[in-house]
Design a protein around this ligand. Structure first.
Ligand code: PEP
Length: 262
């Protein structure tokens, strides 16, 4: 069956580009995709700038009526209060953020985010009408000990636990060993895990949600390898780190259908 899911190409800027650089970047991205007559209804595009850039990015996108989506790279599990350094889902919603990355491996690794914390953050985002992009993935150690699917499947089960059937989420499968390493998974490896993750969405959120949920692959995606992933039936886009910081390269990833004829 042909998928009706609109592919999503999402750029995770991590801790790169200040608010002035963000404005220049988004303007150039919009011009580049506009020049190329990119159809945003055909492939959706989202950027994930640092928190301090979000207001500038929102203002530019709203003022110029750009079709780019944007979101935060993290969100607090709490609504408000004495949580120094945290940003609530309400704050993101007030900036019209459509998405938020949750459970990125760098948050899990460097900030000790457990499956429970990730699940609480997912609930906080969903509660404010922000679509969480739930990131899951195995380390090379996990891969060796348990195979590719076991850890991502159990992380996703935990993240979706207790959500109402039909909740709108995006899943990003990002093998930790592939992030920033230049060593992407093969398209077949990504498909195998993304298919298993779709089964988890089905168990947790129901058949309709499983059919509608975008599952992205992330980990050393470039313009040269995106097409292979996008040919797989259970891969609905990409979460891109390093290559999302170069406008021309990111735009080439977004336009994968044009330059390789998927
Ligand atoms: C990421 O951090 O989400 C990521 C996929 O990074 P990279 O594309 O640089 O591997």
């Amino acid at each position: 069956m042909v998928s009706t899911r609109t592919p999503l190409i999402a750029g995770n800027w991590k801790m790169n580009l200040d608010h002035l650089q963000a404005i220049a970047f988004v303007q150039k991205l919009a011009w580049t995709l506009g020049d190329a007559k990119h159809d945003f209804g055909d492939v959706e595009v989202a950027v994930f700038p640092p928190f301090t850039d979000l207001r500038s990015v929102q203002t530019l996108i709203a003022a110029d009526k750009l079709e780019l989506a944007y979101g935060g790279q993290d969100v607090s599990a709490h609504e408000s209060g004495a949580y120094t350094g945290e940003i609530s889902a309400s704050f993101l919603k007030a900036l019209d953020a459509g998405y938020v990355l949750i459970g990125h491996s760098e948050r899990r690794q460097y900030h000790a985010e457990s499956d429970e914390i990730v699940a609480a953050k997912v609930k906080a985002a969903v509660g404010k009408g922000i679509v969480p992009i739930v990131c899951v993935g195995e380390t090379s150690d996990d891969l060796e000990k348990h195979g590719a699917s076991a850890v991502p499947v159990s992380q996703l089960r935990a993240a979706l636990d207790g959500l109402p059937k039909g909740t709108d989420v995006v899943v990003a499968y990002e093998p930790v060993w592939a992030i920033g390493s230049g060593q992407a998974a093969t398209a077949e490896q990504a498909e195998q895990v993304c298919a298993a993750l779709r089964e988890v969405v089905k168990e947790s959120l129901g058949d309709d949600a499983a059919a509608a949920t975008r599952i992205l692959y992330g980990g050393s995606v470039k313009s040269g390898n995106i097409a292979g992933f996008m040919r797989e039936p259970n891969v609905d886009g990409a979460l891109v780190g390093g290559a999302s910081l170069d406008v021309d390269e990111f735009a080439a990833i977004v336009r994968y259908k044009k330059h390789v004829g998927v």
